[in-house]
Design a binder for this molecule. Structure first.
Ligand SMILES: Cc1cc2nc3c(=O)[nH]c(=O)nc-3n(C[C@H](O)[C@H](O)[C@H](O)COP(=O)(O)OP(=O)(O)OC[C@H]3O[C@@H](n4cnc5c(N)ncnc54)[C@H](O)[C@@H]3O)c2cc1C
Length: 429
């Protein structure tokens, strides 16, 4: 008899977990997602941004035959970044191991297509435009509200909260089951930007295999990532309390803002994108720190629902996909006995999730002096490692991006730098 698993949230984590459970042949999976079906409506510019995936995320994806190849065929590999300065030449940071970059919604689409192609409706149900609005752990039921029609209630054997940083299931567990959870908004807000990488009329072309970054000051910056063809997708990031875009009222003002503050972007932005940019919503990032990732023997919190972090070092999705791999290993080890798997998952994953939060908040320096020191340390550590690999360790970003060490180990190796960045921030204690 198959166990019925309800997964709430068809983001990267929920979809990869569905793959993982169905491959075991012991489960029937039902996925419910608030957003519209990306196969039916154009979501290419809808609340999305480029995600960089490295070994931690990719080794989880690799477990599903053919999936990594499908993702690679629609991604771009970046072999470094280019940081443009107000004056002087752009700084180039190379990467020994290229980073796979893919738009979040495209990643979701590939995971979904692969899933529905592999499993039939006897094993898998996927419903979009359907919001989870209630949970009752005692009766093991959830209430779902479709876009149209009446709300309905479903029973589950196991329930998975893969419903992102603002998880309603997690809120329910905080209120009803004593889950301890700290939630904070990061000071930065962001808005997505979609451009062409080149402007033939001006003879302008940004390199196709570099992540491009601009720092206007230590509060406003841009990060743009090449996508297949000549697309360049990314975000402008700014202090949520001093939104420099809030006073812009026309597309002409949007264009002038970019021409004055990010001249290269200003040259690449079309009037249509300026108009669309103006209408696009501002995004805020909520970080989440829980004391456990499960309830009893039947509810699992996973991905951003369990441990959303600041995107500063691009690890939220990598960590979320890695959750799936670790969960799958535990199912294997404990022969699908969720009463053993769930607490062990919490025990194993919490130290890494908490370490990732520290790394995400404090790896990247915010003061000018530390930014200079950061580049110096990066260059010196790479130089020394070439000659004395046994006596030197990689600098924090190289440890995060080029290796798949557990985050708690990366934090231990980088604690000196993390403490220094923390001390440099006025609000840190
Ligand atoms: C600007 C930015 C850049 C980022 N860059 C990177 C990067 O480079 N590398 C990286 O590793 N990570 C990055 N991240 C983090 C990454 O996006 C997340 O960690 C990842 O998307 C988490 O996946 P998830 O499936 O757990 O959650 P989500 O992607 O948030 O998916 C959760 C899903 O649940 C659905 N949902 C929510 N509530 C309900 C409900 N009540 N009922 C039904 N469905 C619901 C949502 O609609 C959503 O589709 C970035 C994040 C941001 C904001």
């Amino acid at each position: 008899m198959l166990q019925k698993v309800l997964i709430i949230g068809a983001g990267p984590t929920g979809l990869l977990l569905a793959h993982s459970l169905l491959r075991r042949g012991k489960y029937r999976v039902e996925l419910y997602e608030l957003r519209s079906d990306p196969r039916l409506v154009d979501v290419s510019q809808d609340r999305t941004f480029p995600i960089s995936l490295q070994e931690r995320g990719r080794k989880a994806i690799r477990k599903v035959p053919g999936l990594e190849e499908a993702i690679i065929s629609t991604s771009v590999f970046c072999n470094g970044s280019k940081v443009y300065r107000q004056r002087g030449k752009a700084r180039e940071i190379s990467r020994a191991i290229p980073i796979l970059t893919i738009d979040r919604n495209r990643l979701v689409m590939i995971l979904l297509q692969h899933l529905t192609k592999t499993y039939n409706s006897e094993l898998l149900t996927v419903k979009f435009g359907c919001q989870c609005v209630g949970v009752d752990r005692r009766t093991k039921t959830v209430t779902l509200q479709p876009e149209q029609g009446e709300a309905f209630t479903l029973a589950y054997d196991r329930l998975v909260a893969a419903d992102g940083a603002r998880s309603p299931i997690r809120d329910y567990l905080v209120q009803e089951a004593g889950l301890q959870c700290e939630q904070n908004y990061v000071p930065d807000a962001y808005k997505s930007v979609f451009l062409r990488r080149l402007n033939p009329a001006l003879g302008l072309e940004l390199e196709p295999n570099k992540i491009h970054g601009w720092n206007r000051d230590n509060k406003t910056r841009m990060l743009m990532v090449p996508q297949p063809g000549d697309r360049l997708n990314g975000v402008i990031i700014f202090d949520a309390q001093q939104n420099p875009l809030s006073s812009l009222t026309t597309k002409e003002e949007v264009l002038t803002f970019f021409q004055e503050n990010f001249p290269l972007i200003g040259q690449l932005m079309s009037p249509e994108e300026a108009e669309a940019f103006w209408h696009r919503p501002v995004g805020r990032v909520l970080t989440v720190r829980c004391d456990r990732f499960h309830e009893g023997d039947s509810i699992l919190l996973i991905g951003d629902a369990a441990h959303a972090v600041s995107p500063a070092i691009g690890q939220g999705c990598n960590a979320s996909l890695e959750d799936v791999l670790i969960f799958e290993r535990l199912l294997e080890q404990y022969e699908d006995d969720w009463a053993l798997v769930l607490p062990t998952f919490s025990e194993q994953r919490i130290p890494d999730a908490h370490a990732l939060r520290e790394l995400s908040d404090y790896s990247f320096p915010r003061t000018k002096r530390l930014v200079v020191e950061y580049f110096l340390r990066l260059t010196v550590s790479r130089f020394l490692r070439r000659w004395f690999p046994q006596w030197t360790k990689p600098f924090v970003f190289d440890l995060v991006l080029d290796h798949d060490l557990p985050y708690s180990q990366v934090l231990r190796l980088s604690q000196g730098w993390i403490n220094k960045v923390k001390r440099s921030l006025p609000q840190s204690s």
